[in-house]
Design a protein around this ligand. Structure first.
Ligand SMILES: [Zn+2]
Ligand SMILES: [Zn+2]
Length: 389
């Protein structure tokens, strides 16, 4: 089959790789009908997530048709149309029983690798490094889906792929980012990053009752898409974000701040950006955490900082003093997607939201390397790419 393969730092290729097959009783094989490129894939492509190897198949946002199900898969039959959550979860361990699916204790066969870096291991994730299980991803014609009786959510034919594909990651991720803010009526939520996750976090914050949402970015086409959710926008190339947010909130600051940027943030102040960029390039820190630092500084006293942007290792110059002295709460996590698929599918079906508004490009899987280039370099107003095998 054809698949998108990591061939070295900033080198992707569409290659022929072996077809996946059933290895365990609870596996299913899914023929992919739609798959997407995610901002977090970019951290893999440029080599900032450790333990990615040449030949690894990328992709963790995909859906398709079940073509084979192992004997332990109760609910799925060949022919079923499913969206597959990006974290792999057994459904029965301590973490899964608590709804913490991205922390499943049974789905990461390389837990020891992750323990060395992180202390304890999170769940396995499709197409997201060997430390997170080494599972071939969904930017491919076929995928092996472990624990197929737990993750995949069945969808009816009256909804299009584009309406439901993002239940695999970015809609639940944006929604969880907003949910972690404990939004109360009248509140103002600020979001760093007007990419697809930031846009869906903004839409989700309104669904959860936010009065105002303010989205921060520097690309006009991304800010415009965020504005269409009803959000106010700030271009950090034009304004001092901390001053602007203070002015917009009567001097107090936003009630909660969402970091939807993660480890490769840009920075309006050349000196600080150069500091992080240099240390990251020399592999002396893994992150450029500018958005996170600013979100912490901007948040009102006693507020919540919700981190859904991806981080891989260690953050430098972390403003712990302001977190402690101003009673901030930091909440974060890889999304526990399985917890959200059914309720969010319900919201899509009810017409409350159509997440396909984030899509800017539709391309064949064979053009994935070009699609990654457009997305990474923000060319052609590339916001979100859907690939079809
Ligand atoms: Zn993703
Ligand atoms: Zn589990």
């Amino acid at each position: 089959m054809k698949a998108v393969v990591w061939a070295g730092r900033n080198r992707l290729e569409v290659q022929d790789v072996p077809d996946p097959r059933i290895l365990n009783a609870r596996d299913a094989i899914v023929r992919v009908t739609s798959t997407a490129i995610c901002g977090s894939d970019l951290h893999l492509v440029d080599g900032y997530i450790p333990t990615v190897k040449k030949g690894d198949v990328l992709g963790h946002e995909f859906m398709g048709e079940v073509v084979e199900a192992g004997p332990g898969v109760r609910d799925l039959r060949p022919g079923d149309r499913v969206v597959v959550p990006f974290p792999i979860a057994c459904g029965a361990c301590f973490a899964c029983e608590d709804g913490l699916y991205s922390l499943c204790e049974n789905s990461n066969p390389n837990a020891g690798m992750a323990e060395k870096l992180m202390g304890h291991a999170p769940a396995g994730i499709f197409g997201y490094s060997h430390m997170l299980g080494g599972f071939p991803g969904g930017q491919a014609e076929y995928v092996r889906v472990p624990f197929a009786d737990v993750g995949p959510v069945k969808v009816d034919d009256d909804l299009t792929d584009e309406q439901v594909l993002f239940l695999s990651d970015i809609f639940p991720t944006g929604f969880m980012g907003a949910e972690m803010c404990d939004i109360k009526p009248g509140q103002t939520i600020a979001i760093w990053g007007a990419g697809p996750v930031g846009q869906l976090a903004a839409a989700s914050a309104f669904l959860l009752g936010a009065d105002r949402v303010i989205v921060i970015d520097r690309y006009p086409y991304r800010l415009e898409r965020a504005r269409r959710t009803g959000a106010e926008i700030l271009d950090y190339g034009e304004v001092n974000v901390l001053d602007a947010l203070r002015d917009m909130t009567g001097g107090r600051g936003p009630d909660a701040c969402i970091d939807a940027v993660g480890m490769e943030a840009h920075h309006p102040t050349p000196a600080m950006y150069a500091y992080d960029r240099t240390k990251q390039a020399a592999r002396m820190e893994t992150e450029r955490p500018y958005a996170l630092r600013e979100a912490i500084m901007a948040c009102r006293n006693g507020g919540v900082v919700s981190v859904i942007g991806v981080y891989g290792g260690f953050v430098d110059k972390f403003p712990m003093g302001t977190v402690m002295n101003r009673s901030l709460t930091i909440r974060t996590g890889q999304c526990h997607v399985q917890r959200y698929t059914e309720p969010l599918l319900g919201r899509i079906r009810a017409g409350e939201i159509d997440p396909s508004f984030v899509i800017s490009h539709r391309m064949p899987l064979s053009e994935a390397p070009h699609a990654f280039d457009l997305f990474k370099h923000k060319q052609d107003e590339c916001n979100k790419v859907v690939l079809t095998p």
